[in-house]
Ligand binder design. Structure first.
Ligand SMILES: Nc1ncnc2c1ncn2[C@@H]1O[C@H](COP(=O)(O)OP(=O)(O)OP(=O)(O)O)[C@@H](O)[C@H]1O
Ligand SMILES: [Mg+2]
Length: 295
């Protein structure tokens, strides 16, 4: 399968954000230049909201058991691209998607593909923790129940998901209590547990830590690195340190104003190993962004 093109236009010779590149999660996990196994791939992806061209020609391959970060200034289309990856944009009135999104080589936008089935393989965690107004237990059991998953023991599945999200020890004695009684960081881990309960393959996360304090953020980041061995994770973040700390590869997006309408259309500038993006990016726009000169 074709690897995503690197659209470098400017060469940047020396490391510019040393402290970020040093903390990168792949320091002890050298990765090849391109994903060995591609789980998902956006091909010539264009997204429109009515007449507004929000995202232009994105080509991007996401590797198995890797964490891919999507970064860039506000409005450049990160959430739009992320939502295309499990057809969440279907739920947005006026949204239209062109191009392909391949999941294990199958186009999830092809005729006859059931978006609900897509979302059982490709789960999503949102920016604001959004537990259901139910007990902790029922939040986890909900997905398996409504999707008709074959489950030998729901108690075991709930425990497994909560353990997987590093939340079990904190909630095991209050499973029947409302999820709303949990702290924000606990609620976000509950939402991650709820996502993994249906045994997806890919987890999409849209700024999963933006509502969390630094301690809860660190816990979620540790959890992401831990989950990487079983899942493929694609995360949108505004937090440069977070992208540098957790991700294996980083895609930098920006928005370019249309000359006639002035509308800003999002595009992918550069996609590479996170260590490379944060130490020696190929494009001046990436350099300006990660060094804080833009965005
Ligand atoms: N439902 C919608 N209807 C119309 N336009 C939308 C809709 N959602 C997003 N857009 C527009 O599409 C563009 C990309 O938005 P998107 O939310 O994907 O950006 P983003 O990179 O995630 O930004 P942020 O970092 O602020 O979350 C923006 O110009 C935005 O105004
Ligand atoms: Mg967004």
């Amino acid at each position: 399968m074709a690897n995503p093109p690197a659209t470098a236009t400017t060469s940047v010779d020396k490391p510019i954000v040393g402290s970020l590149s040093e903390v990168h999660a792949d320091a002890d996990r050298p990765l090849p230049a391109h994903p060995v196994t591609t789980v998902m791939e956006a091909r010539d992806l264009n997204v429109f909201y009515g007449d507004f061209h929000a995202v232009h020609d994105v080509n991007l391959a996401y590797g198995r058991n890797e964490i891919t970060a999507m970064i860039g200034p506000s409005g450049c289309g990160k959430s739009t691209v992320l939502r295309c990856l499990n057809r969440m944009n279907d739920l947005v009135t006026g949204a239209r998607v062109e191009g392909q999104v391949l999941y294990h080589d199958q186009d999830i936008y092809a005729k006859g593909v059931d978006p609900i089935a897509v979302r059982t393989h490709i789960g999503m965690v949102f920016q604001k923790p959004n537990p259901f107004p139910k007990s902790i237990y029922d939040n986890i059991a909900y997905g398996p129940r409504v999707t008709g998953m074959k489950v030998d023991s729901m108690d075991d599945l709930v425990e497994e998901a909560l353990r997987g999200a590093a939340l079990w020890d904190e909630v095991k004695d209050k499973l029947k209590q409302s999820a709303y009684g949990l702290s924000g960081g606990q609620q976000q881990r509950l939402c991650i547990a709820r996502t993994i309960a249906t045994k997806p393959d890919v987890i999409l996360m849209d700024e999963p830590c933006s509502a969390l304090d630094p301690i809860a953020t660190a816990r979620v980041e540790d959890l992401m690195i831990d989950l990487r061995k079983d899942y493929t994770i694609i995360v949108v973040t505004h937090n440069m340190q977070q992208a540098a700390r957790v991700s294996d590869r980083t895609a930098f997006f920006t928005a370019r104003p249309d000359e006639t309408t002035g509308n800003r259309t999002g595009l992918l500038v550069e996609y590479d190993l996170t260590s490379k993006i944060f130490s020696n990016p190929g494009d001046k726009r990436t350099e300006d962004y990660i060094s804080g000169r833009f965005g």
